[in-house]
Design a protein around this ligand. Structure first.
Ligand SMILES: [Mg+2]
Length: 182
């Protein structure tokens, strides 16, 4: 079955939470591998040493693919340098893609609880894309569908397609079981 019809048939996630460091770009803003303040020039974004800051190649396309399926995006990052991520999102022209941004240093259960309270969206209808196992281990028990991102590749179109497919199948199975049980 095609992805769109699978999602239509089985329900789709309502919120996709996107980690920033090593998910959208190949550095951690806290480690200052790329040194703030950052600068936007005509042909890209540069750090204070003049090093060009290239995000992962498919990151933007992958974000737009999620949005095209009518799923809201939330940036979730636990960085201590909490201005860094949002500034970069703005410079890359991605701010408007995100309905929510939760960037502060704490376990990601805090970010997700805030989003749940603000939106009323159940955890079972949320997706998380994150390169760190500790975050996935924290959020999986809440019922969030977690997708581990390869920190060398970042968010890719293929990863997003597979995640939406498996979400559709999982929700479909749950609905099927509920029907049988009911
Ligand atoms: Mg990360």
């Amino acid at each position: 079955m095609k992805l769109t019809s699978l999602l239509r048939a089985a329900g789709k996630p309502r919120l996709a939470m996107i980690d920033l460091d090593f998910t959208l770009w190949p550095w951690g803003v806290d480690k200052f591998k790329m040194v703030p303040p950052y600068f936007k020039k005509d042909d890209g974004v540069y750090d204070s040493k003049g090093v060009k800051m290239e995000p992962f190649p498919e990151a933007e396309k992958a974000l737009r693919l999620i949005k095209e399926h009518g799923i809201d995006l939330a940036a979730v990052s636990r960085s201590y340098y909490y201005h860094g991520g949002p500034v970069l999102l703005f410079y890359y022209g991605w701010s408007e893609l995100f309905a929510h941004q939760e960037v502060f240093p704490a376990r990601k259960t805090h970010h997700v609880t805030k989003l749940h309270e603000a939106t009323g969206i159940p955890y079972s209808e949320m997706l998380l894309f994150d390169d760190e196992k500790r975050n996935i281990d924290d959020l999986s028990p809440l019922g969030v569908h977690c997708v581990e991102v390869n920190p060398n590749q970042g968010l890719t179109l293929n990863l997003v397609k597979k995640a939406l497919e498996s979400f559709g199948q999982l929700s479909g199975d749950q609905q099927q079981r509920a029907k049988i049980a009911g």
